[in-house]
Write a protein that binds this ligand. Structure first.
Ligand SMILES: NC(=O)c1ccc[n+]([C@@H]2O[C@H](COP(=O)([O-])OP(=O)(O)OC[C@H]3O[C@@H](n4cnc5c(N)ncnc54)[C@H](OP(=O)(O)O)[C@@H]3O)[C@@H](O)[C@H]2O)c1
Length: 301
């Protein structure tokens, strides 16, 4: 924890020198290592649930194109989708292709069906929609038919069709099953709900993932967005400036990515202003244990 805090702080100090908005010559976003591959991932990614499910309307796609361009410009890389998210894979894939940014993205999606053949068909479709072959990370969505799909994915990883494999769930009630799985199966990643408003993973799953060398993507860092309804009317605590936070969103994201087991967070947004806000959480100083506890207390209040 201490070593990572120092690294984050050093990176933060450099980011601080350049001001809040990283220009082209500015330092990169803070990164964390994927334990199994050693690859570095920027700590703030982008979710696509609901926000990228927009179909073909030009004006709706234009906004998302701006969001995705800015995401990459501000140092982002991890883009998370699923065949469960309607048109999101297609929209993200079309936009990334149009902008020629595939090489800058770490594309994660999921398999969400029953049966080996259906899983293979769905994953092939996802790779086509996302124009990502190999795909950077394929995850079994909500542990659905998990052992069947993991068998396929282990084989696909050997063949080089996927670079990393993982499992996801979004409810604390499933953490025990995820924990059992990472003890018995070899996965590179888990994606679980973790935020200042949903801290159950701290008890067992996050320490276990760290011990087993499994990367962690934190979904629902804003508890699905609900948390803003309560926080919006409250002023930021004065010490937020000590960790380079100018908004509640930045405090919430820094809470998540400063946990030593967390590799990155994937807040979802379809708004440019929110995207810019969120990306700043990947720069500057990170909260220490005492500040993390304060953030959690403010959210719980
Ligand atoms: N089972 C699974 O595998 C699973 C389950 C859940 C989620 N996920 C993944 O995790 C991602 C994130 O989770 P989530 O989408 O449920 O919830 P979330 O990221 O916790 O919250 C998203 C909500 O926060 C709002 N928001 C974003 N940035 C904001 C800002 N700076 N200020 C104010 N509001 C802001 C968004 O609205 P605006 O669009 O208005 O900004 C949106 O309504 C998903 O998109 C998905 O990729 C996976």
């Amino acid at each position: 924890m201490k070593r990572r805090a120092v690294i984050c702080t050093l990176a933060g100090a450099v980011a601080g020198l350049a001001g809040s908005a990283p220009a082209s010559a500015a330092p990169s976003m803070i990164t964390h290592k994927i334990p199994s591959s050693g690859e570095l991932l920027p700590v703030i990614g982008l979710g696509t649930w609901q926000t990228f499910n927009v179909g073909h309307k030009a004006e709706e796609r234009l906004v998302l194109e701006q969001v995705l361009r800015e995401f990459v410009t501000l140092g982002g890389s991890v883009l998370d989708s699923s065949p469960m998210y309607g048109a999101a894979e297609q929209v993200a894939g079309d936009l990334a292709f149009k902008m020629g940014i595939r090489s800058k993205l770490f594309i994660a999606t999921k398999v969400w069906t029953y049966g080996r053949e259906a899983g293979i068909r769905q994953m092939e479709e996802s790779m086509d929609k996302l124009r990502a072959r190999p795909i950077d990370l394929m995850q079994v969505h909500n542990l659905q038919d998990v052992h069947t799909h993991l068998a396929t994915l282990r084989d696909w990883k050997r063949q080089g069709l996927v670079r990393h494999i993982g499992v996801t769930h979004y409810m604390a009630g499933a953490h025990e099953e995820v924990a059992r799985l990472i003890k018995s199966e070899q996965v590179d990643f888990i994606q679980i709900n973790y935020s200042a408003g949903e801290r159950e993973a701290e008890q067992r799953l996050l320490p276990l993932a760290r011990e087993r060398g499994v990367a962690v993507i934190a979904s629902r860092p804003f508890v699905g967005g609900d948390v803003f309804r309560r926080l919006r009317s409250r002023p930021l605590p004065p010490w937020a400036a000590d960790i380079d936070c100018r908004s509640w969103a930045q405090l919430l994201l820094k809470f998540v990515v400063s946990h030593p087991a967390v590799t990155c967070a994937i807040p979802a947004t379809g708004k440019l202003e929110h995207l810019r806000d969120n990306m700043q959480a990947g720069y500057g100083r990170m909260p220490d244990e005492a500040q993390r506890a304060l953030i959690a207390r403010l959210v719980a209040a």
